[in-house]
Ligand binder design. Structure first.
Ligand SMILES: *Cc1c(COP(=O)(O)O)cnc(C)c1O
Length: 391
């Protein structure tokens, strides 16, 4: 195992506050209950693990207003992907100087609008996008995203975002000549289990920074992205180990840059909110495809279109609890309630649930605070969007 030498974080049970809310059993399922104290705790834990970085919360992980309010008060900054996310963060009271428009794919009019609001930090990974920025966000700080292969990540973000380091080196020089302070960013892939991923990415950043330097310009931003983990089925390294690995990689790969006044950015999404949430569902049906089948099908009232999109390819494997835990169990295939055959959550992963499980039972999926509520369809098959409660 890669991290055999590391003490891994063991998944923990939900907090007493969450347990009290969940056991009240009064709310219609499915819903996610979020303990805001955990979000605050995670924000501070990451800030402590990576003290040289400014924390920009990746709003897409969970843009709920109570979460934004809490993080605004805590002093967080924000990574946003769209005009509407900019607006949500501004509405929560954050100054525009605390916003990074981190999507590399933006309409020119949305760039202009964000710039008008006071946003001065933008991502790009292509020459056309840089031209839009130079025209509609003159003088703003811009950072070029380099490709990462996403290896070691359970939810890789490879291919779609970023460009080759050689292209990035060319583009940052163009950007600097056009009057922008410039930086470099990457994302090693979400739920990244390999702590050396940052070192590999920072080697590419160093290559780009050297080219910029050789062109007579200085590096203004190093953006180390997200990838910090939630606690699903597999144990993961503790956040301090991520902080250490990234700090070491910065010192090894970029010694001439980190001493200069460079803005180091981290963009956690999942880490801040995943473990704060529990998704409560109800069993709609337990069935067997034939009488002698050992494997049961368990249909929950929340599926791929109800917020559990990250079960795609069974990438994110949530921990689950039932009222019958501890009893005799057997293998199950888990599926959602809609009439779409893609709405199967897990059939390859070895999930086992108690034989006593029956329709009407509540099944809870743990660490569901990230990438659930906003992935939920507005009403596919007439199922309501995933609700959210805050404790
Ligand atoms: C989604 C996203 C993040 C957050 O990633 P996590 O793995 O959830 O921490 C950070 N930066 C950018 C640009 C993103 O798109």
């Amino acid at each position: 195992m890669e991290h055999a030498h590391l003490r891994l974080d063991r998944p923990s049970a939900p907090t007493a506050k969450l347990e009290a809310f969940l056991s009240a059993h009064t709310s219609e399922t499915p819903f996610v209950a979020i303990d805001l104290d955990i979000v605050a705790e995670r924000y501070h834990a990451l800030a402590e693990a990576l003290p040289q970085a400014d924390v920009f919360y990746a709003v897409k992980a969970n843009p709920a207003r109570p979460i934004l309010d809490l993080l605004v008060a805590a002093g967080s900054k924000f990574d946003v992907a769209s005009r509407h996310e900019v607006q949500m963060v501004l509405d929560a009271g954050a100054e525009p100087s605390r916003i990074s428009f981190g999507n590399t794919i933006k309409k020119a009019r949305d760039i202009a609008w964000a710039y008008e609001q006071g946003v001065r930090l933008f991502a790009f990974d292509a020459e056309e996008e840089l031209s839009k920025l130079t025209e509609h966000a003159p003088g703003a700080t811009v950072f070029c995203r380099v490709l990462c292969d996403g290896s070691g990540a359970d939810w890789p973000l490879s291919r779609k975002f970023g460009c080759e380091p050689e292209e990035a080196a060319r583009l940052v020089v163009l950007a600097a000549r056009a009057g922008h302070p410039v930086g470099v960013s990457f994302h090693v892939g979400s739920q990244q289990r390999d702590l050396t991923a940052w070192d590999r990415a920072l080697a590419e950043v160093a290559y780009v920074a050297d080219a910029l330097h050789d062109g007579g310009h200085r590096l203004a931003v190093i953006n180390v992205g997200g990838g910090f983990p939630g606690r699903y089925q597999e144990a993961m390294p503790p956040i301090a180990a991520y902080g250490q690995a990234i700090s070491q990689a910065l010192a090894d790969r970029m010694p001439t840059y980190v001493d200069n006044p460079v803005l180091v950015i981290a963009e956690p999404g999942r880490y801040l909110v995943a473990d704060a949430g529990v998704l409560q569902t109800e069993v709609v049906l337990v069935s067997r495809k034939s009488e002698l089948d050992e494997r049961r099908w368990v249909y929950l009232d929340c599926g791929k279109f109800g917020g559990l999109a990250e079960t795609m390819d069974e990438a994110i494997r949530y921990r689950m609890r039932t009222p019958h835990d501890g009893g005799i169990d057997g293998p199950v295939t888990l599926a959602g309630p809609t009439c779409d055959s893609a709405d199967v959550l897990y059939e390859k992963t070895d999930y086992r649930l108690p034989l006593a499980l029956t329709s009407g039972d509540r099944v809870e999926l743990l660490s569901c605070g990230a990438y659930t509520t906003t992935y939920s369809a507005v009403g596919f098959n007439g199922f309501a969007p995933l609700r959210e409660h805050f404790v």
